[in-house]
Design a protein around this ligand. Structure first.
Ligand SMILES: Nc1nc2c(ncn2[C@@H]2O[C@H](COP(=O)(O)OP(=O)(O)OP(=O)(O)O)[C@@H](O)[C@H]2O)c(=O)[nH]1
Ligand SMILES: O=C([O-])CC(=O)C(=O)O
Ligand SMILES: [Mn+2]
Length: 607
């Protein structure tokens, strides 16, 4: 411990004026025994020094400087490539507050278990103190945290993904000073790579203490604590107490030819199309007619009712931690432009001239796979299916000029969606808020590579928050319902499915850019212009209500995409009823009643 740099230094980049923060850092240092402590100021010089250190020790290697200036490759431990839901815990005092949707451990037991792992784990390493702000630094909706980590890779990623460093520390100090000695103005996140042993790995949340402890993984969702741990699990808990919403949603602005912009927030489960929809480039006909799409956020949305009764949203993040596979000049040219420089790539393959490569990018054959082995198809995909890029949102050509507005952007529509090969039509509209909450609660989707475990299995994922809601889903649904009150001007709620397949397993809908056609109908409904057909599950467009100009009509089976099989829906809703029963007494009665109403409608309408 004697090598630790003094905390109360005259250097403003080191230590804090906030006693509670210094005390916590000292406690953590006493437990983890780092060789030195570094307070991050978020400067370019600091970032460059971190990159140099990681290049020297092999954590990062430079990619082709001509084609990808200042881009880096990180190869993770092969056993550390995704979120680990079975090792992720919400540790509330009352078990029931975490709900059946979370793994739970009593706080005292959880602290004891994970602190035993933290003991002495930073010997010989540097402890980085990373102050960060989730949301624009001057936004009343933004919230701050401090992550302590021994991973320079995490520090570098946090600098891209959050507003990290001196400005965040200043805000933390200001808010702390205003609250006196109380420490609960910022979230305390403690992280160590540990031994990267899957048997010694936990991601633990203590919402009542605004604290996170994560041990044994360097992967994004497990280790960049501002993201899922803070901005979703802890923030959802705070949001419930304070009357706002913290959601797993993209935010996108759609500007029509008249120059009016509607903002849409959309919740799709992990690796189900949020980044792609947020960065959509309009199809040619729409571009010619002067439609524009503006990216506000691609993963997380915090929203709260404004004085005008509308919901106002910010993206708490400052960067994108996006799925690489499938990103191509055809599917998402905007993402390709965004990641052409100053990007960290994790677990992608490389070509023989050291360019990053992944399945779906183009038809080149990579030289090395994500583990650095000569590429051999017998070893599986060249890039890990959950390989990712980390990049500043500012590099996105369509980054919205309003993305940093402190008050956020007003939301016109909320869209839920999943990956469903059958049953679920391309789009439908909920009748009202309560029905919309039920539609969100009923979401189900095929599992993806974003979490460890089997992929392609349909599971319930209410509001795409199954892995991320920091409290009991019954309470969460009640919280959603509570927004419907006098004076509220709530967004309309919709459900989409880009992933319906034909009998041969081919996607029925072209997706990507063409999804704007569906968003146009959604906006038309919001404005009261677009037509639709009432059905028991909600309002669907008729085949003539969607604009298909410029598409090869013979290739698109819109009847099939919009078809409803009442018998199959009755079965679906029965399965959903069983799921709802699992939430017990905390399930709001309005939701069960809404469910019964729709089931009855389905049974009484003809198939
Ligand atoms: N068929 C089809 N595939 C899509 C569409 N949109 C996205 N995808 C694919 O879905 C995968 C994941 O998409 P992303 O947009 O990165 O997912 P995300 O929801 O942002 O994921 P997380 O970052 O894990 O939360 C990629 O391989 C995409 O190519 C679509 O409209 N149609
Ligand atoms: O959490 C992560 O690492 C990436 C992500 O957005 C998700 O899985 O939904
Ligand atoms: Mn996500």
């Amino acid at each position: 411990m004697n090598a630790v740099t003094p905390l109360h230094d005259t250097d403003p980049a080191r230590g804090s004026r906030l006693e509670a923060l210094n005390r916590w850092v000292e406690e953590v240092a006493a437990l983890t025994r780092p060789e030195r402590i570094h307070w991050c100021d978020g400067s370019q010089a600091e970032y460059d020094a971190l990159l140099a250190r990681m290049q020297a020790d092999g954590t990062l290697s430079p990619l082709n400087r001509e084609t990808h200036p200042n881009c880096w490759l990180h190869r993770s431990d092969p056993d550390d490539v995704a979120r680990v839901e079975h090792l992720t815990f919400v540790c509330t005092r009352e078990r029931d507050d975490a709900g059946p949707n979370n793994h739970w451990m009593a706080p005292t037991e959880a602290h004891a278990k994970i602190d035993a792992l933290f003991e002495g784990c930073m010997r010989g390493r540097t402890l980085y103190v990373v102050p960060y702000c989730m949301g624009p630094i001057d936004s009343p909706l933004a919230r701050c945290g401090v992550e302590i980590t021994d991973s320079p890779y995490v520090v570098a990623n946090m600098r891209i993904m959050t507003r990290m460093g001196a400005a965040a520390l200043a805000r933390i100090e200001r808010e702390g000073a205003a609250r006196g000695e109380r420490t609960d103005t910022f979230v305390k996140g403690l992280h160590s790579l540990g031994e990267l042993d899957p048997e010694r790995r936990f991601i633990m949340h203590f919402p009542e203490e605004l604290a996170i402890k994560s041990y044994g993984s360097g992967y994004g969702g497990n280790a960049l604590l501002g993201k899922k741990c803070h901005a979703l699990r802890i923030a959802s808990w705070q949001a419930r107490q304070e009357g706002w919403l913290a959601e797993h949603m993209l935010i996108v602005g759609i500007e029509n030819p008249q120059g009016e912009t509607h903002y849409i927030a959309a919740a799709f489960p992990s690796a189900c199309g949020k980044t792609n929809l947020a960065m959509l480039i309009p199809p040619e006909r729409y571009r010619e007619a002067d439609w524009k799409v503006w990216t506000v956020g691609d993963d997380i949305c915090w929203m709260r009712p404004g004085e005008d009764g509308r919901l106002w949203a910010i993206n708490p993040e400052a960067g994108f931690f996006g799925v690489a596979p499938g990103t191509s000049a055809r599917s998402n040219p905007n993402a390709l432009a965004t990641i052409a420089r100053d990007t960290i790539f994790t677990n992608v393959a490389v070509t023989d001239d050291n360019q990053p490569w992944w399945e779906g990018l183009d038809d080149r054959v990579p030289a090395l796979d994500w583990q650095g082995r000569p590429y051999d198809p017998a070893n599986g995909p060249a890039a890990h299916p959950n390989s990712r890029f980390t990049v500043s949102a500012k590099q996105c050509p369509t980054y919205s000029p309003h993305a940093e507005d402190p008050q956020g952007v007003p939301i016109s529509a909320i869209v839920f969606g999943g990956r469903r090969a059958s049953l679920v039509p391309l789009v439908f509209e909920a009748r009202d808020w309560t029905h919309g909450v039920l539609v969100g609660a009923a979401m189900a989707s095929e599992t993806t590579a974003a979490a460890a475990g089997k992929t392609g299995v349909v599971r319930r994922d209410p509001m795409a928050m199954k892995p991320f809601c920091g409290y009991h889903f019954g309470d969460y649904f009640a919280h959603w319902l509570s927004f419907d009150k006098p004076g509220a001007k709530l967004p309309k709620i919709f459900h989409v499915n880009w992933f319906r397949k034909d009998a041969d397993g081919r996607f029925l809908w072209p997706g990507f850019s063409e999804n704007l056609r569906v968003l146009e109908w959604i906006i038309g409904r919001v404005e009261g212009r677009a037509e639709g057909v009432q059905t028991p599950i909600g309002v669907l467009p008729d085949t003539t209500d969607l604009y298909l100009g410029g598409l090869p009509l013979e290739a698109i089976n819109l009847e099939r995409l919009l078809s409803l099989d009442h018998g199959d829906w009755v079965v679906e809703l029965k399965g959903f009823a069983v799921h709802l029963e699992g939430y017990g007494a905390r399930l709001p009665r309005e939701l069960s009643e809404e469910h019964m109403r729709i089931s009855a409608d389905l049974l009484h309408s003809d198939a």
